[in-house]
Ligand binder design. Structure first.
Ligand code: IMP
Length: 205
């Protein structure tokens, strides 16, 4: 059995391979499956966008027998900014603006906002399409607060301003192992893994 992951992102591929390492499932990227182009992301929610990406790959793959398709869509929701940047996280201030600038801008917009109102979460929706076309979507979050500046070198994107109160540091300061264990994407991947195992118990043998 194969999973075609609708991403070109090497970090995401590594994560899903690690989480599925005890199953007899091969994980390949959509590019490795020979699928060109990019799905449109016109949905109004993480779930809709994840499904759009998965359907694009499912259709392009010719609905091949035995292939599962997985796609994710994720982003950062800041409560004091009415959920911004939300589904536009990757495009906030333009795709080519550096995360140093995006992070500085968000921190500036929260000037004067006290700790208890700086709540935020990373959200990940993950869509699974089975070979027969059945669709499932799961959603997981990682809760935290927006800090007052960047800290940490691990992770990517908005991690340096995402403070995890239980750890007393940002998600760019915790180790990659800890982040995988608690992150929106790690939890969504494990939920999808459990669905696959319940649908196809043979993958565990
Ligand atoms: P996607 O690849 O279309 O799902 O875009 C997700 C965007 O949300 C990324 O480009 C980041 O800006 C942000 N994001 C999602 N997950 C994380 C994370 O774990 N750390 C930091 N930023 C994240």
């Amino acid at each position: 059995m194969r999973i075609i992951f609708a991403t070109g992102n090497k970090d995401k591929l590594r994560e899903i391979r690690q989480i599925l390492s005890d199953c007899s499932i091969e994980v390949i990227s959509m590019r490795d499956a020979g699928i060109e182009g990019e799905a449109e992301e016109t949905g109004k929610s993480f779930e809709e966008n994840a499904l759009q990406k998965a359907r694009y790959v499912y259709e392009k793959n010719g609905k091949r027998d035995g292939d599962l398709v997985v796609a994710d869509d994720s982003g950062l929701e800041i409560d004091a900014l009415n959920g911004e940047p939300g589904i536009l996280s990757a495009r906030y201030m333009g795709k080519d603006t550096s995360y140093r600038e995006k992070n500085a801008d968000l921190v500036k917009r929260l000037e004067g906002v006290p700790d208890e109102r700086r709540t935020a979460r990373f959200v990940c929706a993950m869509a699974l399409i089975c070979p027969d076309g059945r669709e499932r979507v799961v959603r997981q979050t990682m809760e935290g607060r927006i800090g007052y500046g960047e800290a940490g070198e691990n992770g990517f994107g908005y991690d340096p301003i995402f403070f995890l109160p239980e750890y007393g540091m940002t998600s760019a300061e915790v180790s990659p192992e800890v982040k995988n264990a608690i992150s929106h994407r790690g939890k969504a991947l494990r939920e999808v893994r459990d669905i696959i195992i319940s649908e196809y118990p043979g993958v565990m043998s």
